[in-house]
Design a protein around this ligand. Sequence first.
Ligand code: IPE
Ligand code: IPE
Ligand code: MG
Length: 261
Amino acid sequence: MLNLLKNWKNNNQPQASDMESYTKEDVLNGHVPEHIAIIMDGNGRWAKKRALPRVAGHHEGMKVVKNTTRIANQLGVKILTLYAFSTENWKRPKFEVDFLMKLPEEFLSTYLPELVEENVQVRIIGDRTGLPDHTLRAIEKAVIDTKNNTGMVLNFALNYGGRKEIIRAVKSIAEQTKNGDIEIDEIDEELFSSYLMTESLQDPDLLIRTSGEIRLSNFMLWQIAYSEFVFTDVLWPDFKDSHFLQAVGEYQRRARRYGGV
Ligand code: IPE
Ligand code: IPE
Ligand code: MG
C-alpha cells in the first residue's frame, strides 16, 4: 500500500517545470488537436507595459491572429476558434469598442486574399445583430468569399457569450417543441449541440488562454465539457509560434479519459 502511494506521487501529471520545448516536427509526430479554441487575452496589459494606449495592444494582437492562423493551418488543425469580442466587452470605453469593431475590416482587407489562397473558410459565432454595419459587412464578405474553401475553418467569436448562446438554443427548441416540430424525447446532447452557434462543428480538443487569467469568461460553456485547457502567462501580442507549439505539445502529453480509466 505504501509503495502504491509512493508510485502515485511519481506518476502524477507533468508539471510546468517538466515542460520541454516542442518543434513543429515533434508536434507533427503526435496527434494534432482537430479543434483549437483560444481566448486571446492580455492586449491591454501588453500596451500598458509599454506606456501605449490599450488599442495599440489590440492592433498588435491582430498580427498575432495572422501568425497563429498560419501555423495552425500548417499543422493541419481543422478548426481554429478565436475569442475576439465577448458580449461583456461592450462595457469598455466607447473609443476602445469602436477601435475593436474596426479591426475585422483592417484584418480582412489585408489578409482575406491569403485566406482564400490557403483554402481557409472564415466563419463567425456570436450575435450578429449587435454588430455595427461596417463590421458585419466585412465579415460577411469574408464568409461568402471563403464559403467554398475546404481547408481549415477560422471561426471568430465576435459579440459572443456562452450563456446567451445556450438561452438562444433553449428558446428555439422550446418554440419548435410547442409547434410540434420536435418531440420532447428527441431532445438529447446531439440535438442540443446542433442548435448552438457552432452547429455542426465538433467540440474543441484544446482550449488555450493567454495572459495568466485562469477563467473562461463566458466562452463556449457547453462545447468545452471535455476539452483540455492550457493556460499561459504570455500576453496575446507576445504569443509566438513557439508558444502555440508548446501548448499543442502539452496537449499531446495529456491522457484524455472522458470518465473512463
Ligand atoms: C483581450 O485583451 C482582447 C479583448 C478582450 C477584446 P484585453 O483587452 O482584455 O487585455 P487585458 O486583459 O486588459 O490586458
Ligand atoms: C475575454 O477576455 C474575452 C476575449 C478575449 C475576447 P476579457 O479580458 O474580456 O475577460 P475578463 O474580463 O478578464 O474575464
Ligand atoms: Mg482581458
